[in-house]
Each structure stands twice: as structure tokens, then as C-alpha cells.
Design a protein around this ligand. Structure first.
Ligand code: FE2
Length: 428
């Protein structure tokens, strides 16, 4: 068999080393040592880590790269961010949303992120962002799997037209039902919104992903309702709770009950470490809470945890390059997950766990999977999280869609010249 591409000598994130990956017709046809078949194209990647693409399980493509419009967030707070977004919304144009989204997609491709779930705000009666991102989803589909969530930013019941707008957005082809129960006027309205939105998903056969309990309120209980509705409506494995930051502040006894309920409902937890560590606990003086959900404990209970970037250069977060390794790196620091297996789990949170939450098929470096592969200038997942290294090659369906030169620094120290790239073989 004549191969289209062979990648030689890579390491895999499960610990296997020095393997070749054979690609034909956009699929991986073999992963083994010393594959000798002829190939049209060859990448020598000896000692480098090959991973399936990064997955951003939670993003906002409609607001991304809008930083500075109409002004900067002077306080850096969530509330000023929401205020800024509502000032910008009436002035949005479809063309501008699409241009910014496509710019972001190019950044994502360069960073090896080829699967993105983006929430899209439906609290604009023109549904411009929905129209724009549905078009982007189609235009970018050869390079990125873009999943869209109908997100009532200003509340499902709190904003007067959300009920109609959300149904319209789903009719137009948005993939997933969103929500924001903690932003409804009362806890009771929040509970009712979770019920109503899960019923819509069950009726339409759609996935659910709600911004859920994104606050420091230890009494917020919408994740409990979300697990209940998931089980009641037969939606096990189809529902994600995004953020879940209130779990950070909840009573420990209550959490011990809640985590068991979450595991039973097979809910996916989607923290957003960069945003959670910067936006939560802003009312605290000291000690100051971290505000990220209990990632370590959720993982220990067998709950699928997939991290999201949430924002890049928008009213809520002025930083970021859409690097999912930066997300996982922050998550492991905030969650104090520096144990060997814990670091590996955080790598999974931006790769295979995301694919599981988004129900992506044929994902992985295995025979029969899509030939979607990222080669990193690092040896293994731990080094990747330490270095946030250059993506040497990004491959989509067997085609190289991005390539970068290995990064290094040249030192001149008197008579001594040295080239360093910060890689370091760890021996035990
Ligand atoms: Fe979000």
C-alpha cells in the first residue's frame, strides 16, 4: 500500500515511545514501530510527542478578539465585562463577528486546537451572532469541528425574548442547548430554567451545556438540579456543566453528596481555569478563594473533566493566544495537581476528555481514527505542560495545515556558544 504520509519515531501521550504513524485517505491506518511501507510524504519526528488535536470545550467565538470595543475593561471584573458586552452588542455586524471568528480559528489551528465548542449569545433579537457563527462553522469545517451552543447570556427567563430566540437559534441549526441558571432573577427561576432547557434538549435530541453556578455563592444549587434533570430525562452522558465555580465554596459535606450525584448522571464538568482564577472571588479580601471547581476530586470520582479557554481578548479576558496547554497549565497550578498522574490527567482535560464531552468520533492516535495529529516540540505530556512548546506540525485529515520551526535560543557566553530549547530528559 502506498501511504499518503508517514510520521516517524514519535512518542504518544499514553507513554508508548518511538512509534510510526501511517496515514492514508485522511485516516490513521497503522501505529507501530518501524513501518516500512512507501509514502508520498514523510515527517521525521523522532522523540517528539504526537497527540490528537487539542479540544477547547468551552469558548465564546462571538465576543473573541473584540478587546477595546467600545472601550477596555478598566476594573477587569465580570460585571464590567457583562456591561461592556451589552454596550457592544447593538453595534455588532455579521461581517465583523465573522472576521474576528476566522482570525481566532487561525490562531487555534496554529496552536493545534481543531475542535471547539463555542457558546453563542442568543439575547440579541437579530440573532446576528448565530447567523455569523453558523456560516463560520460551515466555512471552517475542513479544519475545525466547531460546535455551537445556544447561550442566553442575559438569562433564559430574565431576558424577555430568550425563550423565542433560543428556539429560533436551534431551528437555524445550533447544535447544543445552553443556559445560565445562576443569572436568573431567583433561585427558583434558575431551577425552572434548567428543567425547561433540559426538556427542550430531550425533545430535540440535543446535547446540553450550561454555564452553571458560575459564582462564589456556596448555596448555589443548580448543578444538583442539572444532575436530577439529566437522570429524569434519560440524558446521561449528554449533559455538561460549565464553570461550576460555586463548588469551590460549598460545604464539604454537601459536596460529598453532590459529586456522587454528578457521577451517577455521567455529567461532564467543564472548568475554565484562566477565567475562573481571574474572575472569581473578586469580593474577597484575604484569604482569597481560588474559585475553580474541585477538579481533583471530580476526576477522582471518575467524572469526565474537560477544560475550556472561555475567552481570548474580549470584554472578560484581555489576554490569551488560544493555547489549550496554557489552560491546562493554569488548571494544574490552581488545583494543586502536580502529582505525576495528575499532570497527565490535566493534559487529558484538553485532549481526550474534551473529545468525550463533545462526543467527537474517530478521535485519537489509533488505527481507524481520523488523521488529525499535532506534533509538539516536547517528549511527553508533562514536558508539554511545562514548556507549552511549539507546535511543529498540525495535521488535519492527513494534510499538514500548520507548521512551525523548532524554537531555541542561541547563547554566546564568552568563548562558549550554546543552543538550548529547555527540553530535559528526566531519568528515574
Ligand atoms: Fe463562558
Amino acid at each position: 500500500m502506498q501511504l499518503d504520509l508517514i510520521i516517524k519515531g514519535v512518542n504518544l501521550s499514553d507513554g508508548r515511545t518511538n512509534l510510526d504513524i501511517a496515514v492514508k485517505d485522511g485516516r490513521i491506518v497503522e501505529v507501530a514501530a518501524n513501518i516500512t511501507e512507501n509514502s508520498k510524504d514523510e515527517i521525521i519526528a523522532t522523540g517528539y510527542l504526537a497527540t490528537p488535536p487539542f479540544v477547547d470545550s468551552h469558548f465564546h467565538m462571538d465576543s473573541t478578539l473584540s478587546l477595546g470595543q467600545p472601550r477596555l475593561n478598566q476594573s477587569g471584573t465580570l460585571l464590567e465585562g457583562i456591561q461592556l458586552w451589552s454596550e457592544l452588542k447593538p453595534h455588532l455586524t455579521k461581517k465583523a463577528i465573522k472576521e474576528r471568528a476566522h482570525d481566532l480559528c487561525k490562531w487555534a489551528i496554529a496552536k493545534g486546537t481543531l475542535i471547539i465548542r463555542s457558546h453563542v449569545d442568543i439575547c440579541d433579537d437579530r440573532l446576528l451572532a448565530v447567523e455569523a457563527l453558523l456560516e463560520v462553522r460551515e466555512e471552517i469545517k475542513d479544519y475545525i469541528d466547531l460546535q455551537l451552543v445556544a447561550f442566553p447570556q442575559d438569562g433564559y427567563f430574565r431576558y424577555k425574548n430568550s425563550v423565542d430566540n433560543l428556539a429560533r437559534a436551534l431551528d437555524m441549526g445550533v447544535d447544543v442547548v445552553g443556559g445560565i441558571p445562576h443569572f436568573e432573577r431567583t433561585m427558583a427561576d434558575g431551577t425552572a430554567s434548567v428543567r425547561a432547557l433540559c426538556e427542550i434538549a430531550a425533545e430535540r435530541g440535543l446535547l446540553v451545556d450550561m454555564h452553571c453556578d458560575e459564582s462564589d455563592d456556596p448555596w448555589s444549587r443548580h448543578i444538583e438540579t442539572l444532575t436530577y434533570e439529566t437522570i429524569r430525562l434519560g440524558l446521561k452522558g449528554q449533559v455538561s456543566g460549565s464553570h461550576l465555580t460555586s463548588m469551590h465554596s460549598m460545604d464539604n459535606y454537601y459536596v460529598s453528596k453532590l459529586i456522587a450525584l454528578m457521577a451517577e448522571s455521567e455529567i461532564h464538568a467543564i472548568p475554565n481555569p484562566l477565567i475562573n482564577i481571574t474572575l472569581q472571588a473578586r469580593h474577597d479580601t484575604y484569604p482569597k478563594r481560588r474559585g475553580m471547581t474541585r477538579v481533583k476530586e471530580l476526576m477522582e470520582a471518575g467524572i469526565n473533566v474537560a477544560c475550556g479557554h472561555d475567552c481570548v481578548m474580549d470584554p472578560w479576558y484581555s489576554l490569551g493566544t488560544h493555547d489549550m496547554l496554557e489552560v491546562a497549565n493554569m488548571g494544574l497550578h490552581v488545583g494543586q495537581m502536580t502529582g505525576v498522574e495528575q499532570i497527565k490527567q490535566m493534559f487529558n482535560s484538553v485532549t481526550i476528555n474534551g473529545a468525550k464531552a463533545l462526543r467527537i468520533e474517530d478521535y485519537g492516535i489509533e488505527t481507524g481514527c481520523n488523521a488529525d495529529i499535532v506534533i509538539l516540540q516536547a517528549s511527553d505530556p508533562i514536558e508539554a505542560l511545562r514548556l507549552k512548546p511549539t507546535r511543529l506540525f498540525v495535521i488535519r485529515r492527513g494534510e499538514i495545515v500548520a507548521r512551525s520551526q523548532p524554537s531555541s535560543s542561541h547563547l554566546t557566553l564568552g568563548d562558549h556558544e550554546a543552543e538550548i530549547d529547555f527540553r530535559r530528559l528526566v531519568t528515574q
